[in-house]
Design a protein around this ligand. Sequence first.
Ligand SMILES: [Zn+2]
Ligand SMILES: [Zn+2]
Length: 603
Amino acid sequence: MRQKTTLSLVGALALLVSATASLAQTAVGADTRPHVEFLASDKLEGREAGSPGERLAADYLAAQLTRIGARPLPGRTDMFLPFEFTAGSRNGGSRLTIAGRTFAARIEVQALSFSDDAEVTGPVVFAGYGLVVPESQNFGYDSYATLDVKDKIVVVLRYFPEDADEKTRAILARYSDLRYKAMAARQRGARALLVVTGPRSPNAGQVVPMTFDTALAGSGIPAASISGAVADALFAAGKPLRETQQELDSGNPHVAGFELPGVTITLRTSVIRERHTARNVAAYLPATAPVPPPAKPWVVVGAHYDHLGRGDRGNSLASKEEAGGIHHGADDNASGTAAVVAIAETLAQSPQPRRRHLLISFWSAEEIGLVGSNAFTTKPLVPIDQIAAYFNFDMVGRMQNNRLVVQATGTSPAWARLLERANVAAGFDLVTQTDPYQPTDVTNFHQAGVASLAFFTGSHADYHKPSDTAEKINYEDLDRVVAMATTLVRAVADGDEPPPFTKVDQPTTRGSIAGVRVTTGTIPDYATEVKGLLLAGVVGGGPADQAGLMKGDVIIEIAGKTIANIYDYTYALELLRANQPVKVVYLRNGERRDTALTPAARR
Ligand SMILES: [Zn+2]
Ligand SMILES: [Zn+2]
């Protein structure tokens, strides 16, 4: 035992010497602080995709690339890669006419953000909750089983049966997303879909807010939500909606929908999609070795540089008091952007010849759905199968306790060994996660078949809030991440064989966020492997805050369900109801405690 330890220590020392030598070179120019301070400054106003602040950031990054000697990508004359995206959708004057009476106010009828623009007239069928559970689930729930909705306008309830047992709710929640309901109606030949939030549900009688949606076009069917008052006009001749909902809420799949006899309506839907242009920024450092590059001659490093602006697109976690303020995004993701600049600069200055080209990329519109990196991987400027590896940096500036999370390690069997080697000099406590399905740009590269890694130092209480500011960054450790990653990038750039790619299957246990109707105001710490749900923080004034939970607490049980990980937690959330207190069991400093938490409705 001892002997073996000594041997590996010798090996480690040898590596340490070589790594330290390269570290000495990397110290030059690897200063991330000025980049973070500029990008996170008020002047850039939170770098929202398509905004003047985002344009300033892109100009700054192109200037940095020029300064370090990078060149525009082959076939380009500059470093900007513009792409179009949907910056938001608004109701453009939808209206509904029932028996000669027209409703047009926004609180009465409003297109869903994914609706087609159209005007349709037809008879009306009520289809319960409009839920269809695929046969593969062996559950047997189909709101359309006994209904003919062809060429008719379908009315459905939002969400899923309120009084069903937990198991039923857990299954139905997954198919209650309105896009999914619209698809089910469209596949059965419906002309349009109307959604009403039932009197027995959270947000009763209110129209569905137009959520931010990046869709370029409609989903193939006109779809709108109507208020409780409009629904009453629709159901005027028959049973009140409350009674109908009550019957359905038992979860009995055999309660059938019905046609509204004699009712013909005209629906006009209009969605205004605002198209904006954002810019990725990319350039490359050509290979410098005198021999032709090895197989897959490109290595890509990347980080998204956009953030939330003032947080008005619905992804801000700002408290009421902070709402509307500049979301500085120092950690998310000025830190990763600065890391990529520093890695590129270090490699540009290294006298050692490079065997592969280094493509340096800064993505925009990540925060609204990984849009920029997707634009690149769907129309790559270098052949995607010529990319040996992609390295992503998103939130790498708040390291605590020497802990570095490296995600997507399942994308190549080569990563374990390469990481171990690169970490010898750095000595981080590495937490590796095989899953590439992360909420960051690495997902797109994995989908495109590129062996990838994503670096992350963990979430925190300032995540997606205005208070994610430059002075809170741990620059010393950020620069250590840069040094370690530089060693790794260099190893791949100069290796004979590119890391073999492994496709990772999407985990099936993951709960779909679309079905979650309540919020608990918790901010999970994704970085730490603990049994339970470790909180990186709580949303100020939110349900968890009010329940007395705080950063560092580990939730191990909620509403009688044990929680082993984030997936269990998401799954448990689907079963909670707004305004109904549940017992939460948690650990604080190892001590078991409990509290009552009252979830709030999610809009
Ligand atoms: Zn990010
Ligand atoms: Zn973010």
